[in-house]
Design a protein. Structure first.
Length: 328
């Protein structure tokens, strides 16, 4: 048999591709492989790692400082807000003080004039009652005692109750003592309210027992008051005057809260038909308690108006005005 020879085939393209790829891989390895001294490369790597570590530590420090600064900023911001609120409150208080100061400045001239008027009124009245300048706090000095009926018109305001009520009771005793006997007595407050409702619109019969009852009731008598005697005087004259009766009204108070002295004087003049002491229906005596005349300071405007009003009422209506100098 004849041996057949196998024909040699040419190298295929696939083999060439494998060879090319292998060669390319070797070239890439050579490119990316470290070139140079290995010890130097390791030292450089350690330095880089050290630098990275330092930068990381610095970053942590910066972050910590940032948190602290943020907290401090927040605290300072809250403090600034509180300071601004405080400034606003202080500005409001300053505006209020400036307003009050302006009002006080505007009223100083009026108060000085009122003080001069009050001092003049008190001086003239004291000279008229005590020519020898010996004022000894005798409430009854110079008061005519020709009346058969007496009516008390008493200011029962808070200032009188707190500061002058014991003095009021003492002066009530003094007044009653200068009238040993009268036909009738009546007690009203400055609003025209009766001390004894059972004797409304009629006289209280005089007796030692009734006088004691009046004084005991007065100690705790506290009806509402507007610190103006107009209503009480009006009620006394309208209710109790009759032709032929000799009546004296005693007005006791410490200040006048009304707006016009002249209007009150004219109203009482018309009611009492008074013309400088002539043709009067009743006498009106007035007594001022120095509740609003603090020593060493200016008196209250309402107290000055009260002094001026009481002097005019007593002078026009045949009576006497007495301004007490103390509450003892």
């Amino acid at each position: 048999m004849k041996n057949q020879r196998r024909e040699l085939k040419e190298a295929s393209l696939s083999f060439l591709d494998v060879i090319s790829c292998g060669f390319g891989a070797i070239v890439m390895l050579l490119i990316i492989a470290r070139v140079g001294d290995p010890a130097a490369l390791e030292e450089s790597e350690r330095q880089l790692q050290g630098s990275v570590k330092q930068l990381q530590e610095r970053l942590f420090d910066i972050r910590g400082e940032s948190v602290v600064l943020n907290e401090e900023f927040k605290s300072r911001k809250e403090q600034l807000s509180e300071i601004r609120e405080r400034v606003a409150r202080l500005q409001a208080q300053l505006a209020s003080v400036e307003k009050q100061s302006k009002e006080i400045s505007n009223s100083q001239v009026i108060e000085k004039e009122n003080l001069k008027l009050a001092l003049q009124v008190l001086s003239e009245e004291m000279e008229r009652l005590l020519p020898q300048s010996q004022f000894q706090n005798q409430l009854i000095g110079g008061i005519p005692v020709d009346s058969e009926y007496i009516i008390f018109v008493i200011d029962t305001s808070g200032s009188m109750q707190v500061a002058a009520w014991q003095k009021v009771q003492k002066e009530m005793i003094n007044i009653l003592d200068i009238y040993p006997t009268v036909v009738g007595i009546q007690v009203l407050n400055d609003m025209g309210q009766y001390m004894f409702s059972s004797y409304r619109n009629r006289w209280i019969p005089d007796s030692p027992e009734m006088r004691q009852t009046i004084l005991k009731t007065l100690a705790n008598w506290q009806p509402f008051s507007n610190s103006s005697p107009v209503e009480g005087i009006h009620a006394a004259i309208k209710t109790f005057y009759q032709p032929g009766r000799k009546i004296s009204i005693y007005t006791l108070g410490d200040d006048f809260q009304g707006s016009s002295i002249r209007r009150v004087v004219r109203a009482v003049d018309r009611l009492n038909e008074a013309h400088r002491g002539a043709d009067r229906l009743v006498r009106i005596h007035t007594i001022g308690f120095p509740v609003h005349f603090p020593p060493g300071r200016n008196p209250a405007p309402s107290a000055v108006r009260f002094a001026a009003l009481m002097r005019e009422l007593s002078y026009n209506n045949g009576g006497t005005f007495i301004g007490l100098t103390d509450l003892q």
